[in-house]
Design a protein around this ligand. Structure first.
Ligand SMILES: Cc1cc2nc3c(=O)[nH]c(=O)nc-3n(C[C@H](O)[C@H](O)[C@H](O)COP(=O)(O)O)c2cc1C
Length: 219
């Protein structure tokens, strides 16, 4: 069984929520996957689900070239125990975002997510679908039409509701991303059984999260 959580914010038109469902759909298409979709407002009721997930996929709309304020508030809650005790170490992380502009500075939003994941010692899974819509033969119907690789990028017209925008090409790109991340996580979970992780010393023996000094390293 591979446990995957999709944590997202969507506050303006519900367009990121549509993508979150698509990512989850892709994840569910992997045999043996258990998938949870969690809005950032609901995180307080779902910490144990997150702590026991093999992969956590972040989703945020791009607001002013950044993750949304609500999404950042969720991330800042990780700065306690989760960060200090390396609780999410070696969980897989991935991301998706949407903005109204073709660029809209959404790369920055995904870059922020990579840094959030890295601070938690998570393993980032990029968008694997080859970028589309880059030649005269291309079109808006191409998968990964935004041709981004850090995560799944989508574009939603600001004057259209979430049932119309983003278009199907972005939705399918999000499905593919969810499926891919889940398969990578599934392989890792299975691999861990065959080759258990050898002991590491992420923090002091008392578990207080104090950085280690050289003298404290096990011989
Ligand atoms: C406060 C705010 C800031 C936004 N900033 C950007 C931006 O920097 N670049 C952009 O292209 N679109 C921007 N948008 C448009 C949203 O990214 C776009 O409408 C997105 O699909 C909204 O997702 P949601 O419906 O899930 O909230 C902004 C929208 C809002 C409400």
């Amino acid at each position: 069984m591979t446990k995957v959580s999709v944590v997202y914010d969507s506050s303006f038109k519900g367009q990121t929520a549509v993508l979150a469902e698509c990512v989850a759909e892709g994840a569910r298409s992997v045999e043996g996957a258990e998938v949870h979709v969690i809005h950032v407002d609901q995180v307080p009721d779902h910490w144990s689900t997150l702590h026991t997930s093999d992969a956590i996929i972040f989703g945020s709309p791009t607001y002013i070239g950044s993750v949304s304020g609500k999404f950042k508030l969720f991330i800042e809650q990780l700065a306690g125990e989760v960060w200090l005790k390396r609780m999410w170490k070696n969980k897989f992380a991935a991301g998706f975002t949407i903005s109204a502009g073709r660029s809209g500075d959404k790369l920055n939003c995904l870059t922020q997510m990579v840094i959030f994941a890295s601070q938690m010692a998570m393993i980032w899974v990029p968008q694997h679908v080859l970028g589309g819509n880059y030649s005269t033969a291309g079109s808006e119907e191409d998968l990964n039409r935004m041709a981004g690789y850090l995560g799944a990028m989508a574009q939603g017209n600001i004057d259209e509701p979430a049932d119309v925008s983003p278009p199907e090409s972005d939705r399918e790109t999000a499905r593919q991303h969810g499926r891919h991340v889940t398969q990578v996580a599934a392989q890792f979970v299975e691999g861990q059984r065959a080759l258990p992780f050898q002991e590491e010393t992420p923090y002091d023996a008392e578990g207080e999260g104090r950085p280690l000094g050289l003298a404290e390293l096990p011989g």
